[in-house]
Design a protein around this ligand. Structure first.
Ligand SMILES: Cc1cc2nc3c(=O)[nH]c(=O)nc-3n(C[C@H](O)[C@H](O)[C@H](O)COP(=O)(O)O)c2cc1C
Length: 394
């Protein structure tokens, strides 16, 4: 794959990682890209780099366009190594280049790459003239690390916001109009649910700041470049960051001998009878990062677990710990499960839902051993009532 011109004199010089299927625990079923951008003006600027194993791929693309030693400025919008990993190699080839990052970025990069010394730390609103164009920097603290920042090129209405607006998609296409919106939206939602969600408050601040800028292209650091679907992706970020959800339910559970599953299916029936769309996700077959994508847009989240050794099943415990960290807010919740004696599994589910500040309209269902017809009928009724409650919130 060669460099791709985004605007006159501005190129994508990143790399496509076709094989990646797991990115720190997030299932990346479509692979990913590491996007880096080369801006050719009076000064030559490289914005971000790629994960270290992909350095040669990036270098090949830069060489198509210029001699790397001519790079004057390298902008590191984010410290994380999928973007900063090739900085030492780039700077070794571009000895006169200045390394521009946020103040937090300077501290983080210095800890990651002890050989890097020449930093220029910039704050929000600072700009650097590079000829016909300028680079304007916007801090985006905690979207999604303390150091994160965006580089904006006003003369081109181009925003390079690093991990914001990303999607994990490996493809030959570089632009959003080349990929079906359904796929793009799903991957952008999954990215938001698993990476950005805990920082929704900060995203709202960033969206507020962006409102004043003219933007006709957004080049994130993963996935395709937004130019045809800008209105759509900005609207989705507005929705996700305000924790606005749809009137639908997701039932997440695991089971050893089928009792918790029976309750899950009774709840599902009741919800369906009330007209609520329901997704059923067993944690043995569904990856937690996919389940989080359901949680992102579902107003009602039901989580079930049997009790195993005085707690939930490890699959459910892992999901609860993951979800707690991602902090979905404003949901309706319900805990359920089956147990033999102590019954702490469903209790721990409820503890997490309460810690997240969710409303729990129904008490937890915790059935001893195997649920009988009456218990299943009452779970089904609870499902119906929850469905009715969901309608009220629509
Ligand atoms: C290895 C193992 C450990 C268990 N530990 C507990 C426990 O600590 N407390 C409890 O109440 N029940 C415990 N149980 C009983 C299960 O919670 C009970 O069998 C339940 O009905 C299983 O639900 P399921 O069919 O959804 O897997 C344990 C069961 C197994 C197989």
């Amino acid at each position: 794959m060669t460099a791709v011109e985004l605007k006159s004199g501005i190129y994508w010089v990143g790399a496509v990682d076709w094989d990646l299927r797991n990115f720190h625990g997030y299932s990346t079923n479509r692979g990913t890209t590491y996007n880096a951008y080369l801006i050719m003006d009076e000064k030559t600027v490289l914005v971000d780099t790629v994960k270290r194993p992909f350095f040669d791929e990036m270098l090949e693309k830069i060489r198509e366009l210029t001699d790397p030693s001519k790079i004057d400025i390298v902008v590191a919008n984010h410290v994380e190594m999928d973007h900063s990993g090739s900085l030492p190699e780039v700077l070794a080839l571009a000895p006169r280049a200045e390394l521009v990052c946020s103040p937090q970025g300077e501290r983080g990069l210095a800890r990651h790459f002890k050989e890097l010394r020449r930093f220029k730390a910039v704050r929000t609103g600072e700009s650097i003239r590079i000829g016909r164009r300028s680079l304007v920097f916007h801090q985006m603290p905690m979207v999604h690390w303390p150091d994160s920042m965006a580089t904006y090129i006003p003369e081109e209405a181009l925003l390079l916001p690093n991990d914001a607006f990303g999607q994990h998609i490996a493809s030959a296409a570089r632009f959003d109009n080349c990929i079906e919106w359904g796929i793009l939206r799903e991957e952008a939602a999954k990215y938001y649910a698993n990476i950005v969600l805990p920082y929704s408050e900060q995203v709202r601040n960033v969206l507020g700041a962006l409102r004043g800028l003219k933007i006709d292209m957004i080049g994130p650091s993963h996935g395709v470049i937004w130019r045809s679907r800008l209105r759509e992706i900005l609207a989705e970020y507005e929705k996700w960051s305000s924790q606005r959800t749809d009137a639908r339910a997701v039932i997440v559970y695991d089971t050893m001998w089928g009792s918790t599953e029976k309750i899950a299916r009774a709840l599902q029936k009741g919800l369906e009878e009330s007209g609520a769309p329901v997704a059923l996700r067993c944690l043995r077959s569904c990856h937690i990062s996919d389940v989080m994508t359901d949680v992102l847009e579902s107003r009602l989240v039901l989580v079930g677990s049997p009790t195993l050794n005085s707690g939930p099943m490890p699959t459910v415990a892992a999901f609860l710990s993951y979800m707690r960290g991602l902090r979905p807010a404003g949901r309706l919740g319900m805990a359920f499960g089956s147990c033999g004696w102590g019954g702490q599994g469903a209790g721990e589910v409820e503890t997490v839902m309460k810690a997240l500040g969710w409303e729990l309209p129904e008490p937890a269902i915790n059935v001893r051993w195997v649920p009988g017809p009456e218990e299943l009928a009452s779970a089904r009724e609870a499902g119906r009532r929850l469905g009715a409650r969901l309608k009220e919130t629509a």
